[in-house]
Design a protein around this ligand. Structure first.
Ligand SMILES: [Zn+2]
Length: 251
């Protein structure tokens, strides 16, 4: 009887030992021992990317963003009347930014929450729609602690491909509420040797296509100037001001 008990104990001991042998995870070409820690949580977004849908109706926009064939989505969609729809969990990677870049980040979909505003791109954004956006941004900002400078437009992060949200988007109103940077005159004088292209890169833009980067900056910060391909003296001063704002915000 005693031997039977001892045999059982040996068998149980063997099971315990084998349960403690680490599992092996193979991700890519590296085999790693799985030694789980309890200290983790879902990753948080650190950017918000704003879009306009280019659609006429919320129903149409929703059908595109939820179609199994479209290959595009966003976390939120806001209608013209301020109706807020959530399409993707914030912890998941929605497909809204595509090939994108900002300040060294090369995968904005992984780093951001995407918000689509239903708008054709040629119409003003109704105040009630912007009020709903501001309430949503405040909620997101509180939960994710996203820096003010990291509220951007799709055109900012994909300047060679995209031009949304349109020049009618009220960036100053957002910045006044703490979402995105903005400078009002009088602007500080930029130094004579201030290099505009390097300034755009330091601010975050992808400057591999310089004309596109300039056009995206103008769309966002000088929307009333139809000369999107030129950085005039005011634009230089605005960019210099924005860089100073961004440095101040980081401190
Ligand atoms: Zn977009």
């Amino acid at each position: 009887m005693r031997w039977r008990v001892r045999g059982l104990l040996v068998m149980l001991g063997g099971l315990v030992v084998s349960a403690c042998v680490p599992l092996t995870q193979r991700l890519g070409n590296v085999a790693a021992e799985w030694q789980p820690s309890p200290h983790f949580e879902a990753r948080r977004a650190n950017y918000v990317i704003l879009h306009h849908t280019s659609n006429d109706t919320l129903v149409h926009a929703l059908s595109v963003l939820t179609s199994p064939f479209s290959g595009v989505s966003s976390h939120y969609l806001i209608g013209r009347e301020g109706r807020v729809l959530q399409l993707v969990d914030e912890r998941q990677r929605a497909w809204h930014a595509g090939a994108s870049y900002w300040g060294g980040q090369t995968d904005m979909n992984s780093a951001s929450i995407g918000i689509e505003l239903d708008n054709t791109g040629a119409e003003p954004f109704p105040s009630v729609q912007i009020e709903a956006l501001l309430a949503l941004l405040a909620d997101i900002q509180t939960r994710h602690r996203i820096p003010q400078a990291n509220f951007l437009g799709h055109a900012d992060v994909a300047p060679a491909r995209k031009s949304d949200p349109s020049a009618l988007f009220p960036w100053p109103r957002l910045a006044a509420a703490g979402f995105g940077l903005w400078c009002e005159p009088p602007y500080p004088d930029a130094p004579d040797d201030f290099d505009v292209l390097l300034g755009l890169a330091a601010f975050g833009y992808d400057i591999r296509h310089p004309e596109a980067a300039v056009a995206a900056f103008k769309l966002h910060f000088s929307p009333d100037d139809a000369k999107r391909g030129e950085m005039n003296a005011t634009d230089r001063a605005k960019l210099y001001c924005l860089l100073q704002q961004r440095i101040t915000e980081q401190q």
